[in-house]
Design a protein around this ligand. Sequence first.
Ligand SMILES: Cc1cc2nc3c(=O)[nH]c(=O)nc-3n(C[C@H](O)[C@H](O)[C@H](O)COP(=O)(O)OP(=O)(O)OC[C@H]3O[C@@H](n4cnc5c(N)ncnc54)[C@H](O)[C@@H]3O)c2cc1C
Length: 324
Amino acid sequence: MNVSEKVRLLPHRTLRSLFIALSKRGSLARLAVRSPLTRPVVARFVAGEELDEALAAIETLRRAGLRSTVDVLGESITSADLAGTAGDRYVATLYALSARGLDANVSVKLTQMGLAIDRDVCRSNVLRILDAARDVSGFVRFDMEDHTQTDATLAIWEEAHAAYPGTGVVIQAALRRSAADVDRIVAAGGRVRLCKGAYDEPGTVAYVSKRAVDANYVRLMERLLMSGEYHALATHDPRIIARAIAFAGREGVGPERFEFQMLYGVRRDLQQMLTERGFTVRIYVPYGREWYPYFMRRLAERPANVGFMVRAILKEERRRVRGH
Ligand SMILES: Cc1cc2nc3c(=O)[nH]c(=O)nc-3n(C[C@H](O)[C@H](O)[C@H](O)COP(=O)(O)OP(=O)(O)OC[C@H]3O[C@@H](n4cnc5c(N)ncnc54)[C@H](O)[C@@H]3O)c2cc1C
């Protein structure tokens, strides 16, 4: 049995932790996934490195009846200058989307705006994005990062929502605290994107088993669907999607009162099928040069891709060793 086959046989949870750890470090992996060999796998999940590529991808989605939200890739920024540049990119993206008549809808990671270095830096970048969104009648949602950022993200969201009503935020079903957070957001009239959670969280703050995360997702989803606000259900899980549709049908919550969201390149069959059935489906479209951590989280979610990636990494390493 070769190494990539052995890796494929590791439990999903082990692989998930490994790839999430590599998303934060992993200089060898970083080098390897930049290899031309792996480019087609990356291109499946990332719309391109430049804005024009993302705009072309969004046009294609729109022709297929799919809505979109754009993620200008980048996170955990370490200087105020870089955070400012990231803010500029978002502003430019909103104006470019609007100029082409596309959804001026963006998803923003607050650590990319400087949250971990200085809250005021983060605030001022976020305000610029919210102003641009208001200018083009667009929409901004704050992505949710690992649990160490939850309090700060929700605090900034509360300020933003007070000044720019309708600003959205993300809740992760994996976190034990999320039921209380959902109650708080619903009470404030906020709009939630519910996802399972892409980070490797400790059992002290998160549900560890997939079954428990899924059960919490369903509980929170039902709470949101009954809240009267327009929320987004972000998942590719066909069983949960079927439960959402059945629950909404039973409770008289029409398809115009919520939307499904999925990631670019993931379960395109399901995206199309739901659109054809009359549901709104919004695709999360990431673009930019800083795609490595995002891409590694996508690998962590899908063990089937890992064998391929390991083969590519080993090949790259053999080539590197031979070259020295
Ligand atoms: C629009 C959107 C925005 C998100 N925003 C955030 C956020 O702000 N913060 C956060 O922590 N997480 C975010 N996520 C990620 C999310 O938390 C999950 O990690 C991810 O969606 C996988 O969970 P799932 O609900 O699809 O269910 P799973 O049980 O993981 O997967 C269900 C099925 O979906 C398919 N699938 C799932 N992931 C992949 C993949 N990468 N490649 C191929 N097939 C796959 C497989 O068929 C799998 O069996 C977002 C997800 C979406 C769709």
